[in-house]
Design a protein around this ligand. Structure first.
Ligand code: FAD
Length: 564
């Protein structure tokens, strides 16, 4: 069974403590109950109860302390982070968010050489501290070059920081805020550890209305001492991007957790609702919507898990994760929207009711594609890898499932965020060959048609500069990478052929849809448009396979209901 069921936590961990973190987190939310989770959501209550529990249970200390800095159970272990993020999303995005922005705030700290701040951070985590990442500013969005937070030398070896940051989660209660700034004299970038209790730090407002505190904060002549400096110059710039590399992966897991809970709730409702003397799940279109939702969700999870393997195995010589990670960020999170859309079409009015988890899910699932780099920003990144991916594969060591208790040291030592065009990939074709299934074969035909287009009607320089065109092309390329990662994990986890082929039924339809979109772009040439039409395929229908997968889905109708 691919999906998380909090009532049956059976994911293998090499140590008891990791399993305990998952179990205790589930126990907290089940004891809190759905009614209270929803009431707190409606009233936008700051999640002090959860943070108090996390402190008592040392949840963030275990999950977010780098090995060697705190208690022996602390390590940065992406294998267990996946499930922790999934569980938090499963019970409510706000709980995930306060942990997630702590992850981001910790990025520049653990990446720095400032041992004193790192030791202090381990102590703060042990005491239940949360953290914040002060990167964004009100006027600049993705354009970090325009950062206005300024550090001016005071002449005595210290600096005065002045400026405002906007959209900064945990800015109200963070133990430390990693603030990104520019040196007034040299123009160098800098990250420094900001202590919100020191003079000059003002939490101005919460810019959202939710359980989260997404702060605007101001630094006014805030004294930055040399011992507060985390990183300077290119290292600070790289840390800004490399921290987002670590963090944005978790957005996929929030989507997976949200969709999984919403799936149980929606299926249970539909299977037990009777119209015209039959169950809603007896309608053929309802079966189709739930089957698609389940396939998309299973693929989301297997792709994200596979990407974790590449992140954990990354090195200066193997940076394939820099493609797979934005694929998780952009594709898993938008697939999450599709999953919720499919199910909302079925449960209709129920999805608005204040007492449901679904009502919260339908709102929150929209956030994940937009945060930490929009879908556009991530596709623009992804297309940089396209040429090497298709046309210059190299032999690289196969990456196994990484469920070992390692501290993911390389993630904090990723090096320069440049040179993306030089990253090479293994040949994606053999994994497709190893699955002799009708819809996988169709997908291969579609992929070959895409490669033909790239070779015979290569996008021009003007098209490469046209983001609208590039995004449409990037959607199709992303789908190929997504399918590759799914198959690699389907093989590792021994996913049955029925489900694999049914997932490809969905992917073949998506491929055709994206091909039509690219074909319709105003700057697509006539030759390219012709190639796009060659990418369109009708999935191979197989009523028996479909029936078996539907039975798998339907069997989950009473699998989980949250404690009221
Ligand atoms: C609830 C919430 C919590 C947040 N928490 C934090 C936090 O804790 N710390 C923090 O630092 N930030 C945080 N943020 C900021 C968040 O990461 C940014 O808002 C997000 O990355 C999107 O930026 P923007 O909305 O300003 O879009 P803009 O950057 O203004 O983009 C506008 C449009 O241009 C497009 N665009 C921009 N650049 C490119 C490009 N290079 N290629 C293609 N298209 C592009 C975008 O896709 C978008 O459509 C938070 C935001 C919210 C809403």
């Amino acid at each position: 069974m691919v999906l998380l069921n909090p009532l049956r936590l059976d994911r293998p961990y090499p140590d008891e403590r990791s399993a305990e973190v998952m179990r205790r987190t589930v126990e907290f939310f089940e004891a809190k109950g759905l009614a209270q989770v929803k009431e707190d959501d409606r009233a936008a209550v700051w999640y002090r109860d959860f943070l108090e529990f996390a402190r008592e249970e040392r949840l963030f200390a275990t999950m977010c302390t780098r090995a060697g800095y705190g208690a022996p159970d602390g390590r940065w272990d992406t294998w267990r982070i996946c499930e922790f993020a999934e569980i938090l999303g499963f019970y409510g995005l706000p709980y995930w968010y306060t942990w997630q922005v702590s992850v981001l705030g910790l990025g520049p700290i653990w990446m720095s050489g400032n041992e004193a701040v790192k030791q202090e951070t381990a102590r703060l985590l042990e005491k239940g501290g949360i953290f914040a990442y002060g990167l964004s500013e009100k006027a600049h969005g993705a354009d970090l070059y325009s950062t206005e937070m300024t550090m001016t030398p005071a002449g005595d070896g210290t600096w005065r920081a002045n400026g405002r940051k906007y959209y900064i989660g945990n800015g109200n209660e963070a133990a430390l805020v990693s603030t990104f700034a520019k040196m007034a004299d040299t123009g160098e970038w800098c990250f420094f550890a900001t202590d919100p209790t020191r003079p000059g730090y003002t939490c101005v407002q919460n810019v959202v209305h939710s359980q989260n505190f997404v702060a605007e904060y101001e630094l006014a002549d805030y004294v930055v001492r040399p011992e507060d400096i985390l990183l300077r110059g290119d290292a600070a710039w790289d840390a800004a991007l490399n921290t987002v590399n670590i963090g944005k992966f978790n957005l996929g897991w929030a989507s997976i957790g949200i969709c999984t809970h919403a799936f149980y709730e929606a299926l249970h409702h539909a299977a037990n609702r009777r119209l015209y003397g039959m169950a809603v799940t007896d309608f053929s279109h309802v079966k189709a919507l739930f089957t698609d939702a389940y396939c998309r969700l299973a693929a989301m999870k297997l792709v994200a898990l596979r990407t974790a393997d590449y992140m954990r195995s990354a090195s200066a010589d193997d940076r394939r994760y820099l493609l797979y990670n934005p694929v998780v960020k952009m594709k898993v999170t938008t697939q999450g929207e599709d999953v919720i859309n499919h199910m909302w079409d079925v449960i209709a009015a129920k999805g608005f009711e204040k007492d449901t988890y679904f009502e919260m899910a339908a709102r929150d699932i929209r956030a994940l594609p937009k945060l930490e780099g929009t879908v556009h920003v991530n596709i623009a990144l992804i297309v940089k890898f396209m040429e090497n991916y298709f046309f210059h594969p190299v032999a690289l060591p196969p990456v196994p499932r990484r469920d070992d208790p390692a501290d993911d040291e390389f993630l904090f030592n990723q090096g320069p965020a440049r040179g993306l065009g030089k990253i090479r990939f293994h040949d994606f074709r053999p994994i497709f060959e190893r699955f002799d299934l009708p819809n996988v074969r169709l997908f291969q035909e579609q992929t070959r048609a895409l490669e033909q287009m790239l070779m015979l009607a290569t996008p021009t320089k003007e098209q490469a500069a046209d983001v609208d065109f590039l995004l449409a092309l990037g959607e199709i390329f992303t789908l190929v990478v997504y399918a590759q990662l799914f198959l690699e994990n389907a093989e590792i986890y021994g996913v049955e052929a029925d489900l694999v082929d049914q997932v490809f039924d969905v992917l073949v339809r998506d491929f055709s849809r994206f091909a039509v979109i690219l074909q319709g772009k105003p700057t697509t040439t006539a030759a390219q448009a012709e190639h796009c039409l060659q990418m369109i395929r009708r999935p191979v229908p197989d009523p028996e396979r479909y029936g078996r997968v539907w039975q798998q889905v339907f069997a989950l109708r009473d699998a989980y209901t949250m404690n009221p």
